[in-house]
Design a protein around this ligand. Structure first.
Ligand code: 26V
Length: 836
């Protein structure tokens, strides 16, 4: 143990055990009365929430320190998970669950006449992500802490998270989400660990006295990266990991030099420019529009993180890096932080004078890359010109990486210059661009997809040349979600029922949930299972009524599609089916009709015209149906505004039928599908993404499958003639007839013409018309089954029972076994307390 750690320990006044044993009620009172200076609970419960958060945070901080001490005293390998997004949602209930403090908290709140549920509702979601990719990062942090793995999340502390969505006459309206405006009690700033990140400037070359050439990046405009740490508790295991979020600030010199030159306005403008970097999360999760600020965000995160880790390394081991790969892994969440490959090279070459081969050996054995999308428009490419201006030294390094890489390509495929052009990190053309995915692949020792089909499509399609060159680099890691948030916390009634049936070990070993399988036919379990679902549906009825005014009926089938609005996810196909059901009602085709409530939710990227128009169509159709008294007993439709993590916590426990209906080959994995399954929903879905593994795990008897198969796609697209399909399908003709008659847009002719045209287009990538009839058939099967409540409940239980492999604990164990190979933290508790 070195001197420094000893000193730090002496200064620590309160040990983990002291705070653990202190009275939670007293701490709550102290924070409420003294820290916040309050003496009454006002109606909003906001201060009570803040005091409770600080009370819980004290306990987390103590454990976090013990976890850190272990890190410092027992050198071991650690993972940095780099992500531009962490969609954390609320933290309070999660911390209370993981620290097992619910009884004490409930007791303490009685003094204020409050209940945890009301207090927890005062917390704003930390919406620092768009959707699947960001929420996956949050689930992963929970699993890493629960598995005691030394993993630190690194991200950006956006001032404004994902926009808030409201609806005006069926249109999406975006409002800024200033989630920090009442403070963020979970974070702790560490300004003493700030890093400087360089931008702009130019590169100068000089020779040292030994004649060796050096390159220096000079005349830069630096921005300060200030870290804010958020504690990440494991499930009842004393481990508390960290999420480090960087905030951009102006350096002091910025103000001083300009101010001394007498240009105060310029000084303030530059300060603003620096602070802009972490001001707002980009809300488009598919189309890359090459915005300079976005590249600045990416470099800012990558550079601050690497400098932070290397500074700690140098402090501990000096400038000898040869063991660095034995102690560090950088997992890149998509290409967004992939500039880290070039940045680590820059630091090793320029700041520590390593030679190229040594630096490259270190870089390419510490970086690992996860791909999350096959959509060509989401693959990042940055104009070379932008790089040249913003990050000139990084561009030089990328060119050098590329030159050396292309030599390898030439050796492997002699004389094949086309291959070199295809694989080059630089895409040629009038506006040459850097292909970030290729940079990530070339610089990483592991490249993974997020579901079996997705990885297969990467290796045979998008990255096939790279796979041919380095097959051993590629691997699959099917996504998962944390059963703590997505079952224990969000569905306590079902969690209790499962506990009664099979014990509670499933919470930290989710494979154990399989024991429910044996009970799928137990009649008394059926009754309780149905009652839980009904209660959960009632909670969703209340939410839908409050937010939309639409009255759902908990006895009807709850059919739900919540996710980002995107053409490939095919909310359009879903609403066509709703129109089909409405037509049946209007025509009196009511034999065997199962009454249902259809719920939609999700945000469209602000500039995504077709997605926004789809929201309008859903709302117009919903209005027509909800205002038609003939439809009321059979069909209700709502679009829940502002879908987010917290909304999903009420939605997934209440869902009967989970809509996972993307065009085959387009959804990399999906993770909502897993949350619904865990909570006993049945899935209607295509063989896309992780739906394939879901249907295999639960069996096709318990899954409503429809749609084109991956291997048929090329053929289907070649001869695709949607107009003929429509003409030959009585159901689809009738639906298109009603839609095209203007029934849903009486005062706005042609409003939905772009959607109609897209369905009728021979080049419709999403194959909406192709899949319609088989979708209707699968929906009919679901509706028929729902009428047999006992058969439905059997399948519901079987779905939960088969969801064991969709825990992110399983996913993370595989990342660790195959990619990271870090040791679980096994700190000796007694030692932790003594040292404290
Ligand atoms: C791309 C862009 C590009 C423009 C700027 C902002 C931005 C933000 C995010 C993205 C990447 C979107 C990729 C993504 O979210 N993929 C989803 O990842 C999930 C977790 O692996 C997976 O379940 C979903 O199927 C996949 O769509």
């Amino acid at each position: 143990m070195n001197k420094k750690t000893n000193l730090a320990k002496k200064k620590t006044p309160i040990s983990a055990s002291v705070i653990e044993n202190s009275d939670l009620s007293e701490d709550l009172y102290r924070h409420f009365y003294y820290t916040l200076g309050r003496d009454q609970v006002n109606k909003s419960q906001r201060y009570l929430y803040q005091a409770l958060a600080l009370t819980i945070r004290d306990r987390l901080v103590a454990k976090c320190r013990a976890t850190n001490q272990h890190r410092e005293t027992t050198p071991h390998k650690q993972v940095a998970y780099l992500s531009l997004e962490f969609l954390m949602g609320r933290a309070l209930n999660n911390a209370i669950l993981n620290l097992d403090l619910a009884p004490q908290v409930t007791q303490a709140l009685t003094h204020y006449g409050s209940e945890l549920e009301q207090v927890a509702a005062a917390e704003h979601d930390a919406g620092l992500g768009n959707g699947g990719l960001g929420r996956l990062a949050a689930c992963f942090l929970d699993s890493c802490a629960t598995l005691k793995l030394p993993v630190v999340g690194y991200g950006l502390r956006y001032e404004y998270g994902m926009f808030n969505q409201s609806l005006e006459q069926g249109r999406q309206i975006e409002q800024p989400d200033h989630w920090l405006h009442e403070g963020h009690p979970w974070e702790i700033a560490a300004p003493e660990q700030s890093q400087r990140v360089k931008f702009f400037g130019h590169v100068e070359v000089y020779k040292d006295k030994n004649g060796r050439e050096h390159r220096v990046w000079v005349n830069t405009q630096d921005v300060l990266a200030v870290p804010y740490d958020v504690p990440i508790p494991g499930y009842r295991n004393d481990v508390v990991n960290r999420l480090r979020l960087w905030k951009s600030e102006a350096t002091e010199e910025f103000d001083l030099s300009e101010f001394n030159a007498g240009s105060y306005p310029e000084a303030v403008a530059k300060k603003n420019q620096a602070e802009q970097i972490t001001m707002v999360l980009y809300p488009n999760d598919a189309s890359e529009n090459g915005k300079e600020l976005r590249l600045r965000q990416q470099y800012f995160l990558s550079s601050a993180t690497l400098q932070d880790i290397i500074a700690k390394w140098v402090k501990q081991y000096g400038e000898d890096f040869h063991n660095f790969p034995k102690f560090h892994v950088f997992q890149l969440n998509d290409t967004h932080p992939s500039i880290a490959v070039a940045e680590l090279m820059r630091i090793l070459l320029d700041d520590y004078q390593l030679d190229w081969d040594k630096a490259w050996q270190i870089t390419s054995s510490t970086m690992a890359y996860t791909n999350h999308t096959l959509l060509p428009e989401a693959l990042e490419k940055w104009p070379v010109r932008l790089f040249e201006r913003l990050l000139p030294r990084l561009l030089e390094i990328i060119y050098e990486i590329n030159a050396r890489f292309l030599q390898q390509v030439a050796t492997c495929w002699p004389g094949d210059t086309q291959k070199q052009r295809d694989m080059s990190l630089i895409e040629e053309g009038p506006e040459p661009k850097v292909r970030m995915a290729y940079l990530a692949i070339v610089g990483s020792y592991s490249v993974n997809g997020v579901a079996a089909l997705h990885t297969e499509l990467l290796t045979n399609g998008l990255f096939k040349d790279f796979y041919a060159l380095w097959p051993e680099r590629f691997n699959n890691k099917t996504n998962g979600v944390t059963p703590r948030r997505w079952l224990s916390h969000c569905n306590p009634k079902l969690a209790n029922l499962i506990n009664q049936q099979i014990g509670d070990e499933w919470v930290s070993d989710f494979s154990k949930v399989n024991a429910l399988r044996a009970k799928f036919d137990n009649k008394s379990l059926h009754k309780q299972w149905q009652q839980v679902k009904l209660d959960n549906k009632q909670a969703l009825v209340d939410l839908v009524k409050r937010e939309t005014g639409v009255e759902f009926d908990a006895t009807m089938l709850f059919d739900v599609q919540v996710k980002r609005i995107h053409e490939y996810k095919r909310q359009l196909l879903n609403i066509l089916h709703v129109i089909h059901l409405y037509e049946r009602i209007r025509e009196g085709e009511l034999e065997g009709f199962t009454p249902r409530c259809v719920l939609f939710g999700g945000k469209a990227a602000p500039g995504y015209f077709m997605a926004k128009l789809t929201i309008r169509l859903i709302n117009h159709v919903a209005d027509a149906i909800n205002n038609d008294p003939v439809a009321k007993p059979y069909l209700r439709v709502a679009f829940l505004p502002n879908y987010n993590v917290t909304a999903m916590e009420t939605i997934c426990p209440a869902t009967d039928l989970s809509e996972q209906i993307s065009t085959t080959g387009k959804e990399a994995s999906g993770t909502g599908n897993m949350k619904f399954m865990m909570n006993g929903a049945l899935t209607i879905g295509t063989l896309d993404g992780a739906n394939i593994e879901i249907s295999e795990a639960v069996g096709l008897d318990n899954f409503f499958l429809f749609g084109a198969k991956a291997e048929q796609l090329t053929q289907i697209r070649e001869h695709y003639n949607p107009n003929e399909i429509i003409a030959n399908s009585p159901n689809l003709s009738r639906v298109m007839g009603l839609l095209e008659s203007g029934h849903f847009n009486l005062f706005d002719p042609d409003l939905f013409q772009p959607l109609i045209n897209s369905i009728r287009d021979n080049h419709d990538q999403w194959l909406t018309a192709y899949d319609f009839d088989s979708y209707v058939k699968a929906q009919e099967d679901a509706a028929a089954l729902y009428q047999d409540q006992s058969a439905w409940t059997q399948k519901s239980i079987l779905n939960t029972a088969a969801s064991g492999m969709f825990s992110s604990d399983r996913t993370i164990s595989q990342y660790n076994n195959d990619i990271w190979q870090v040791q679980a933290i096994e700190f000796n508790k007694a030692q932790g307390e003594r040292n404290a």
